[in-house]
Design a protein. Structure first.
Length: 365
């Protein structure tokens, strides 16, 4: 997949949660619900100002969090309505399966949403408890039915492997349940330990690398058999249902970010907003920029990051991105597709180790 000259993304961050998962390092808050309406108003103000500064029409929008489905659906759609959309723009909302109703999904669809991402994580109760998740796994089926009933043809089911106490059979149960829903897209992520989270301070609950490798193989085989194609290490889709917004990130496209802690990027410069909703609201209402900090990448750093991102995708990288000795050492890690090298399943499991051997070809410096 390639970005057009007109590709532009928008990310909206909704930081409110009913409960904070102990593995989560995102800017989420369980004690600021009184700020909901004021925060959504600030988002609308920030978007309007950015449009006045020349923001292009969005080819993709992603509303994430946090828990966007905690917001009144009509108020969230009012925020979305401020964003000028290009024809055929992809518009995604992250959803908690406990919150999804047919009425909510209908409001989303009528408001311009055409894709939802449902946070399943696991369908095994004790695994959900180990992850600190509170939703009822039985509600996943009801959520998928509601999504389909109102006419969504594109949706994602998001699952996580590697929680403490999760056996291989537990993971097979989750994977088999997900396959039975016949989704057009699945994201499956290994649990990672982020600094300054409760999980980080409990080493006995940290995931095991070998266990996660076994679980990756299980999900990759099962999804392939069901007709989903791996197009990025942690993402599988039926042809035509790949996430355009993800591709925008992976191909270093430009995007604006709205809300606390939201990130943005334009032509090698990236920046991020202040972390708390209180401060974001204060700055926007004062007419000030909510930007907290940023950085500009030099050409070589940006070129190397491009290779690191492409390596994770089914697009792969050119053979000259590695030294010949490294290629010989990494036999079995790649399949050759013309002039491109694409990671095999074994290579995907070793992607971080492969990535450190990348180099920017002299012709691209």
């Amino acid at each position: 997949m390639h970005l057009s000259a007109h590709s532009h993304g928008v990310y909206l961050h909704i930081p409110f949660c009913a409960k904070r998962c102990d593995y989560c390092a995102f800017a989420t808050f369980t004690d600021r619900h009184h700020l909901t309406s004021t925060y959504l108003d600030a988002l609308r103000t920030d978007i309007r100002r950015t449009i006045d500064l020349g923001m292009p029409r969005a080819t993709s929008v992603f509303i994430g969090g946090g828990t966007p489905t905690m917001m009144p659906a009509d108020e969230l759609m009012a925020v979305l309505g401020e964003i000028p959309l290009a024809p055929h723009a992809e518009v995604t909302v992250e959803c908690n399966p406990d919150d999804i109703t047919s009425e909510m999904m209908r409001t989303y669809r009528d408001g311009g949403v055409n894709r939802v991402s449902i946070g399943v994580q696991s369908t095994v109760p004790h695994v959900l408890a180990a992850l600190g998740r509170t939703h009822n796994p039985e509600n996943v089926q009801r959520a998928v039915q509601a999504v389909r009933e109102v006419g969504f043809t594109s949706f994602n089911l998001d699952i996580i492997y590697g929680a403490a106490g999760e056996t291989l059979d537990d993971w097979r149960t989750t994977v088999n349940d997900v396959v039975a829903f016949d989704p057009p897209h699945v994201s499956a992520y290994g649990l990672t330990v982020e600094a300054n989270t409760p999980l980080a301070s409990q080493p006995h609950r940290h995931p095991d690398d070998d266990d996660q490798a076994d679980k990756y193989e299980i999900v990759d085989i099962a999804l392939a058999r069901s007709g989903l194609v791996n197009y990025e290490i942690s993402n599988w889709a039926r042809p035509g249902h790949e996430c355009a917004h993800n591709y925008l990130y992976w191909l270093q496209g430009n995007y604006d970010g709205f809300g606390c802690a939201a990130h943005a990027h334009k032509d090698g410069r990236r920046w991020w907003n202040v972390r708390t909703p209180d401060r974001y609201i204060e700055l926007v209402n004062a007419g000030d920029s909510p930007e907290s900090a940023g950085e500009t990448l030099d050409d070589e750093t940006r070129a190397l990051e491009a290779l690191q991102l492409l390596l994770r995708t089914s697009q792969g990288v050119s053979a000259d991105a590695f030294k010949s000795d490294d290629l010989e050492f990494m036999q079995g890690m790649f399949e050759r597709h013309g002039d491109q090298l694409v990671l095999t399943r074994a290579g995907r499991l070793m992607a971080n180790e492969v990535s450190i051997r990348l180099r920017v070809p002299a012709t691209k410096k």
